[in-house]
Design a protein around this ligand. Structure first.
Ligand code: ADP
Ligand code: MG
Length: 250
C-alpha cells in the first residue's frame, strides 16, 4: 500500500555532460509499492536519471533520498545492499551462461567471489528461489538456454529475473517491454503490477510502450529536454496538451 512518505525522493537533480544539461533540476517522488513511469522523447534524460538514482552518475546538483536516507553519495554496490536493483536499456548479461546461471549470479551480486565458485556453492534454497523467479518471468522453457541465444525481449525478461534475485525494495527498469511481442507485454503488465501490489516492491520504469505505461502506472512523470514537463495519473497525462505536443513535436 502507498504511504505518505515517499520511498524514493528525487530532489532537484541536475546532470551536465560538458556543455550539455542532460537533466535539469528534476524532482519527483515515488510512493512505496507503487508503479511510477518516466516517459519522454529520446534524449529527454530518462536513462541519465536512472543512472543517478542507481548512483552510476553523480548529479552536479540535488539529492536522492531513499526511504528517508540521503543516498546522494552512496556507491553503486551500496545501492544494491540497500535494495535497489536495476536493468539496463542495453543488456548486461553473461551471454555464455544459461538463464538459470544468470539468475543465480544475481542472488550474489554483492559478493566478491568468482561466478564459477558461486554456481557450485548455491544452496538448495537459493536454487529454489532461482527457479521460482525464472517461472515468474515466464522463462521456464528456456531455463537451460544460453543467454545469448534468447531474443532481445526474452533477454530483457532474464535481466528482470536477475534483478528480482536481489530481493529489491526498489526496482528500476529501463525499457522492459522493448523487443517484446504483445502477448509477452501482457504478461509483463501482470507481473509488474503484482510485484508492486502484492510484493510491495516500488517500481520505477522508463518505457516507450504506452499501452503498458498507461495500464500499470500509478503516476507518470514526463520529461522533455532534461526537464519535467508534466506529472500525474495516466488519465491526467493522457489529456495533457504539453505532453501531446512534446511527443508529436519530436
Ligand atoms: P533518454 O534515456 O531519455 O533517451 P538519456 O538520458 O540517455 O536520454 O540522454 C540525455 C542526453 O544526455 C542526450 O542528449 C544524451 O546524448 C546525453 N548523454 C547521456 N549520457 C551521456 C554521457 N555519458 N556523456 C555525454 N552525453 C550523454
Ligand atoms: Mg534511455
Amino acid at each position: 500500500m502507498a504511504t505518505t512518505t515517499p520511498f524514493l525522493d528525487v530532489r532537484g537533480i541536475t546532470v551536465r555532460f560538458g556543455g550539455l544539461t542532460a537533466v535539469n533540476n528534476l524532482s519527483f517522488q515515488v510512493a512505496q509499492g507503487t508503479v511510477h513511469a518516466l516517459i519522454g522523447p529520446n534524449g529527454a534524460g530518462k536513462s541519465t536519471t536512472f543512472n543517478c538514482i542507481s548512483r552510476y552518475y553523480q548529479p552536479t546538483e540535488g539529492a536522492i533520498v531513499l526511504d528517508g536516507v540521503d543516498v546522494s553519495r552512496a556507491r553503486p554496490h551500496q545501492m544494491a545492499g540497500m535494495g535497489v536493483a536495476r536493468t539496463f536499456q542495453n543488456l548486461e548479461l553473461f551471454g555464455e551462461l544459461s538463464v538459470y546461471e544468470n539468475v543465480l549470479l544475481g542472488c550474489h551480486s554483492h559478493s566478491a567471489r568468482g561466478p564459477r565458485a558461486l554456481l557450485r556453492r548455491a544452496t538448495g534454497e537459493t536454487r529454489d528461489l532461482v527457479d521460482s523467479l525464472i517461472e515468474r518471468v515466464g522463462l521456464s522453457h528456456d531455463r537451460d538456454t544460453v543467454a545469448r541465444e534468447l531474443d532481445f525481449g526474452h533477454q530483457k525478461l532474464l535481466e528482470l529475473a536477475r534483478a528480482l534475485a536481489l530481493k529489491p525494495r526498489l526496482l528500476l527498469l529501463d525499457e522492459p517491454a522493448a523487443g517484446l511481442r504483445n502477448r509477452d507485454i501482457e504478461s509483463l503488465d501482470h507481473l509488474l503490477s503484482d510485484l508492486a501490489r502484492r510484493d510491495g516492491i516500488t517500481v520505477l520504469l522508463v518505457e516507450h510502450v504506452m499501452q503498458l505505461v498507461m495500464s500499470i502506472s500509478d503516476r507518470i512523470t514526463v520529461m522533455s529536454f532534461g526537464e519535467k514537463i508534466a506529472e500525474g495519473t495516466p488519465a491526467e497525462i493522457g489529456r495533457n496538451e504539453r505532453v501531446i505536443e512534446a511527443y508529436l513535436g519530436k
